[in-house]
Design a protein around this ligand. Sequence first.
Ligand code: ADP
Ligand code: SF4
Ligand code: MG
Length: 366
Amino acid sequence: MTVKTNIQLGRSESDPDVLLEVENLTVSFPTDDGVVNAVRGVSYQLRRGEAMGIVGESGSGKSVSSLAVMGLLPKSARVSGSIRFQGESLLGKSENQYAEIRGNKISMIFQDPLTSLNPVYTVGYQLAEAVLAHNDVSKQGAHDRAVELLRLVGIPFPEQRVSNYPHEMSGGMRQRVVIAIAMANNPDVIIADEPTTALDVTVQAQVLEALEAARAETGAALVLITHDLGVIAGHAERICVMYAGKLVEVGSIDDIFYRPRMPYALGLLGSLPRLDSSSKQRLTPITGAPPSLVNLPAGCPFTPRCPLAQDVCEENEPNLVATDSSAHLAACHFHEKLVGVSARQLFSTTSADPDLIDSADQEVAQ
Ligand SMILES: Nc1ncnc2c1ncn2[C@@H]1O[C@H](COP(=O)(O)OP(=O)(O)O)[C@@H](O)[C@H]1O
Ligand code: SF4
Ligand SMILES: [Mg+2]
């Protein structure tokens, strides 16, 4: 078990660059329908200045795992495992202790900027409040910093915009204000949970640029959470793919985009429009829906949707193990079979097609 964890984390115990270390995090919620196993043994590390994406369908546990890091889970949540920030354990910290960390060391940006902004105060007031909460500066100093932060996230005419109320701004601008607030105290980590999901495509690009600006200015490490793999390319160096409360593939952008080793990750790729595709290839969506996280059956939770599934998949849930390198991990009994297989090949079969997979193996071997 220890061996597996160390492979997964790929580090030495004393790596000073590791800022955030999540180990075997488990979160469940008792409900009237049974226990929801929202996060099931997630481990990852975030290094100083690094950008890491977490991608997965809705309900896969992305937000819950990040809310756990921020100490923002509802009281009903049962949490186990460990979360360490700069070597210090966060689980079990009091609300007062967390207040020192939140916004100051670790900031979180949520999907809907309206829930993060107070409608009755100007954006300048809210930015200044964030600055004053953790810094000994004058009101004028905080106001000047508010204007500077708005400029940094690309808001035009920040001297005027600083006096706007949230409702006087567009959705994209409001999200940039939220990013400005998140970077106000030069945090070490920014967690952005679906920061562009509520926005249309052109505005999405501006918001991602604002996030990049926030990173460049603060040097913060970024956790970028999204259900859209396309959003991550260009904005993260490493990707964690999440399914049914677990990490099912972890690797560099190239690992996940060019040599995925877990059918679900391959399926996510097949659902992406390809700008470079010369033929008019159709997208290959994954059929079916993710499983309920109440009373998950034994075995791999992707089994009902997986064209590669065999009997063993129904019986044993695969561990996250190293594949073609110690930094590229996948949770699939048949990860070797995916070498050289495209999403279209895999998902256009309705059941496991050993011939297709075998021939793909041979192609690669040649
Ligand atoms: N407070 C809660 N009580 C019960 N179940 C919850 C609660 N919060 C989240 N869940 C469940 O946990 C699972 C993971 O949710 P979440 O992390 O929000 O998914 P994602 O962010 O990947 O869309 C979902 O099945 C969701 O319904
Ligand atoms: S373990 Fe089996 S069901 Fe799960 S992804 Fe791999 S082949 Fe598919
Ligand atoms: Mg979410």
